[in-house]
Design a protein around this ligand. Structure first.
Ligand SMILES: O=C(O)c1ccccc1N[C@@H]1O[C@H](COP(=O)(O)O)[C@@H](O)[C@H]1O
Length: 211
C-alpha cells in the first residue's frame, strides 16, 4: 500500500495548488494560536478553496476553545480535524467530524500508552516528536523504534524532510507521513523543490515494498 502524504501549515494559495499538483493526499491548515503558521479565518477560506475534492482538508488545533473549532468547521467544512493539545476524546468528537489525535513521543512512548482507550473515537493517531506538555510542530524527530501498535492508522510526524523520510517509511511503514517545517524555506513558506523531493523520496521508499 502506498504511503499517504500530508503537508501541513500551508499559508499561501500558490503553495496549496503546487502541493496538489505534486500529488499530496492531505493539506493541513493550522489554527494553533501563536505559531508562524496560524491562520485567520478569512485567509484560511482562500486556502480551503484551493483544496479540490479528493484531497483531504485537515484543520489543526492545539487547545483552542470549542467556539473557535466550531467557527472553523462551519466556515471551512474540513474533512478531518487534528488535535495537538490536551483535548480529551469528548472534546475532539464533539464537532461531528472524524479526528486524528496527536501523541507526544519526545520522551518515549508514554503518551501513547492506553491511547486507544483514552481516544476511542479517534480515526487515526499522529505521532509527533515533541515532549508531553510541550507544543508540537517544532521539527523534532523521535526514536522511530518506539512506534507502538495503536490499532488505528498512524501518521508519522516530527522532523521529517526529504533527507530522512525514505528511511522513516522503510523502518516504520506508517499509514501516512505528515510534514510541516521540513518542506519550508522559512516558517509558513513552503518550498516547491523541498515539497517535490519529499514526495519523490516517499514514492522511492514505497517502491521497495511493491509486490
Ligand atoms: O504546523 C504547525 O505549525 C503546528 C503547530 C502546532 C502544532 C502542530 C503543528 N504541526 C504539526 O506538527 C507535526 C510535526 O511538524 P514538523 O514537520 O516537525 O514541523 C505535524 O503533525 C504537523 O501537522
Amino acid at each position: 500500500m502506498r504511503t499517504r502524504i500530508k503537508f501541513c501549515g500551508l499559508t499561501r494559495p500558490g503553495d496549496v495548488r503546487l502541493a496538489v499538483e505534486l500529488g499530496v493526499d492531505a493539506i493541513g491548515l493550522v489554527f494553533a494560536a501563536g505559531g508562524p503558521r496560524c491562520l485567520a479565518l478569512d485567509h484560511a477560506g482562500a486556502l480551503r478553496e484551493a483544496i479540490p475534492p479528493m484531497v483531504t482538508a485537515v484543520a489543526l488545533f492545539m487547545d483552542n476553545p470549542g467556539s473557535e473549532v466550531e467557527a472553523v468547521v462551519r466556515r471551512l467544512r474540513p474533512d478531518l480535524l487534528q488535535f495537538h493539545g490536551g483535548e480529551d476524546d469528548a472534546f475532539c468528537r464533539g464537532f461531528g467530524l472524524p479526528f486524528a489525535k496527536a501523541l507526544a513521543m519526545g520522551r518515549g512512548p508514554g503518551d501513547a500508552v492506553n491511547a486507544r482507550k483514552r481516544y476511542p473515537s479517534a480515526s487515526a493517531f499522529v505521532l509527533d516528536g515533541h515532549a508531553p506538555g510541550e507544543p508540537g510542530g517544532r521539527g523534532e524527530r523521535f526514536d522511530w523504534s518506539l512506534v507502538p501498535g495503536l490499532g488505528r492508522p498512524v501518521l508519522l510526524a516530527g522532523g521529517l524532510s526529504a533527507d530522512n523520510v525514505g528511511e522513516a517509511v522503510r523502518q516504520v511503514r506508517p499509514f501516512a507521513v505528515d510534514v510541516s517545517s521540513g518542506i519550508e524555506s522559512a516558517p509558513g513558506v513552503k518550498d516547491g523543490g523541498r515539497m517535490q523531493r519529499f514526495i519523490e523520496e516517499v514514492r522511492r521508499a514505497d517502491s521497495n515494498f511493491a509486490g
